[in-house]
Design a protein around this ligand. Sequence first.
Ligand code: GLA
Length: 729
Amino acid sequence: MNITYHEASGIFSLRTEHTLYQMQADPTGHLLHLYYGLDTGDGMDYLVRCSDHGFSGNPYDQRANRGYSLDTLPQECSVSGTGDYRISALKTVDVHGSRSAELLYDSHRIIDGREPLEGLPYVHPAEDTQTLEITLKDPVIGLKVILLYHVFPETDVITRSGVLINESSTEIVVEKAASACVDIPYGTWDVIHFHGRHCMERMPERQRLGHGVTAFGSRRGMSSHHSNPFVILAAPTTGENQGECMSVMLMYSGNHLEEMEVDQTESTRLVAGIHPDGFSWHLGSGEKFSTAEAIISYSARGLNGLSQNLHELIRKYVIPEPFRKGIRPVLLNSWEAMYFDFDAEKILSLARSAAELGMEMLVLDDGWFGKRDDDNSGLGDWVVNESKLGCPLSEVSKKIHAMGLKFGLWFEPEMINEDSDLFRSHPEYAVTDPGRKPVMARNQMVLDMSRKEVVDYLYQAMTQILDHVEIEYVKWDFNRSIANAYSSALSAAQQGEVLHRFILGTYDLLERLRSRYPSLLIEGCSGGGGRFDAGMLFYCPQIWCSDDTDAIERLEIQRGTSYGYPVSTMGAHVSAVPNHQSGRVTGLKTRGIVAQSGTFGYELNPGLLSDAEKETIRGQIRDYRQYAELINYGTYYRLTELEHGDFEAWMFVSPDKQECLVNVVCTHVRVNGPYPFVRLMGLDPQARYCLETEKRTFTGAALMYGGFSLPQFRGEDPAVQLYFRQEAI
Ligand code: GLA
């Protein structure tokens, strides 16, 4: 049993292989958070202490007990207005305008398996997944809250979401409905969050949490390049390979907020969920609202251990089932090769060179539909531009398949250009404020995905193509932040629902397509990695990591991404030099090593390469095939700490520890510099590992404890890939 309830004490215990998450419905009916950490095998209620802290009031029934205050007790679902002055997970307004709520334990159920979350992405159940439903009620406003917990024992993950149900006869307005609320009563914590910008996503930044509120989030209508919906709390001494840390990751692709508060008692609260700014949801009598799912994990094995938990969970239980095994095709994408300047002949010649080099799929990027010769027009008109191509798309696809390649196609479904037939016939489909000129970005607007007819239109337009052209892959782009979040289909009172309804509409479209074409590989994208989140991963097993394809920049971007997401989800391509974004020239070997730690592909015109470069690429693809299983399903370790020196190193170890692949890329060549040195991780200390290139063997212990040094780096390709295999005994 991974979930237990102890009747006498009211303690709920959620157990994974190593961890324990504990709550208690105390005698007053409040649900207290007791503990989250390594399994103690004990009831942790002894940690809770009550004393009068002054200016922290008491629930009426406890007025004689001045130590009992919701302001100082650890809460499992903090609400506002009733004496807990810290950040709250839930804010409501009732029919009288009262902003107070108080949730009291009503009942619970422990169930084997789990139910899907209606309309939202969720972690698919493992064989031993159990569900805990705790029902809390506020009898005064008639609100029922069902907290849902699911346990994924082998990955040390629990998930949490909630359903709000209005049991009153009048409306309740929900102004905040967070997914997770974790109170940690003791200790000093650092937060690691992932900020960024277009072309530099998910940059880890670590800072000590001071008193008051620290918050990160997005108000862009998308999870964003600027702040990933994922935070880690780490003990000050925690590093990549030691120490304790925990994280909360949201399965949500829209506005989000992660708040941490250190209070008067030095306790830390972490609340994460949909961003309350601009959000309000009118919950009519009998209606329900589901919060997004939060993925919560704990590791006492440092940040690498935490990442490994999340990687395993995402690979096995988040991404769509058909993509949890096997290796995705090595692709050639037309974007940086040709941008908008192509016809069928050029695309076919690109495909021919892809096939010659051993690649497996040709992706036709932006520019094949409507009137779309640059990025100012055509979005919304998902009709093949046959006069640009010179033939039907089905013919292009047929010829590409005849070369032994798969075929992929770019879409940006949620967008509309002013200069499009769709806008001319349905201006109301665009998200705009009444009487105001909209904010433009890339000269485009967003479609009102909160309208069912818009989702229906897109479904119809996309299936029209996907039904008639042989297509194995779709790149699903999203190239602007949302502004003027107004829907002409909703009432004035409901405008605070637009951005969440937008995301629900997007999920609905993705879900419909996914069930119609279960083997279609959808790669998420949003100007690179602007919507790289666990919500999108539920539909799209891989996401284009960044529009920055410079290998040296990618080292940081892919490293930052790896804290939460496995390399098998990171779209990574070798592109041309000088790099189109940075102008830097990086050797082809380095570019290959970096892109191989992702869903591998190319984004260049092979027709412009020398024979020697083509030969190198053939070799890269051969190597990738050899290592692909290890890279995609092995255990990933960052070998350099966050504040590292002149090189970045990481490795993959096979689950049976038989083999490992170590990558070291120098970012700054030093004349007469020190020898690059790494300590390997995760090997069998007793076994001997052979390194072919050095023609010698090492014990796992030597490689892990003594480490491995490399010659000083020189030249324009300062990168090394080392493959170790256990010797048969
Ligand atoms: C975005 C994507 C790119 C490319 C272009 C096409 O920027 O991230 O990879 O598809 O759009 O317009």
